[in-house]
Design a binder for this molecule. Structure first.
Ligand code: GLP
Length: 234
């Protein structure tokens, strides 16, 4: 069942998410599934400022752009180091390798990592078109890690972080929806009016591959934390 929590703003929402993560760690979670994007930045900031210790835990990230090196400041490797890992290291942190020579080999490698490290708690953001990770509309609900083509809407939305829209990679490696759904507990956060349509489709719409996040309606243990602006169309 979806537990939907509506908060005033992202500060309050990040605080709620932080409490849930700290509780999971206290209760013995071994593997955290992590997301990038502006949405979880508040959560990561709170974790950095807390006394949590991840050094005996493993993290597994959702996705990475194809073609970007870990040192590239637009890569998700770089994002995670900057916002969390440099201050709060894990025993091991996995992120897909954007520079992998062979996509099939990289996909198999990442699927084995996920199989070997079952995710206790997965953090998710939400794309404006309802995507989770980089699982764009039309992605199979039972999918595993794969190389995906980004939609125009996502390229446009993510171009705000790049110097030019043409610099935004067109492909990414993403954990599949099937793998995400296997996580024991999921926390999805969404802030701002740009997410209101996707939030409505996710919570009130039909469960359809047209809105990848709508599959979360089928998950027992999922907490949705949204601010008032993102909840405006419910
Ligand atoms: C990217 C990421 C997603 C993220 C989404 C929303 O496409 N691959 O994991 O949820 O953007 O980003 P933001 O949180 O910046 O709105």
């Amino acid at each position: 069942m979806m537990k939907v929590t509506i908060v005033k703003d992202s500060v309050e929402g990040s605080q709620k998410a932080t409490e849930l993560v700290l509780k999971a760690v206290k209760n013995g979670a071994k593997v955290l599934g992590l997301a990038t994007g502006s949405t979880p930045e508040g959560l990561y900031k709170n974790l950095v400022n807390s006394d949590v210790d991840f050094t005996k835990m493993v993290s597994v990230n959702l996705d990475e752009y194809v073609g970007l090196a870990p040192e590239n400041d637009q890569s998700y490797h770089y994002f995670m180091a900057k916002h969390l890992f440099d201050a709060k290291p894990f025993s091991k942190s996995y992120v897909p390798n954007g520079l992998a020579k062979d996509a099939a080999t990289e996909v198999a490698r990442y699927n084995k990592i996920i199989a070997d490290n079952p995710i206790d708690l997965q953090i998710l953001g939400l794309g404006r078109n309802g995507h989770i990770g980089f699982n764009e509309p039309g992605s199979p609900f039972d999918g595993q890690t794969r190389k995906v083509a980004l939609t125009e809407s996502t390229i446009e939305a993510n171009s705000r972080n790049f110097a030019h829209e043409t610099d935004v990679p067109k492909y990414a490696y993403s954990m599949g929806i099937g793998s995400i759904m296997k996580s024991h507990h999921i926390i999805l956060m969404a802030w701002g009016k740009e997410k209101a349509d996707a939030v409505k489709a996710m919570i009130e719409g039909p469960v359809t591959e047209d809105c990848p996040a709508s599959i979360l309606q089928k998950k027992h243990n999922v907490t949705i934390i949204i601010d008032q602006a993102a909840a405006a169309k419910l």
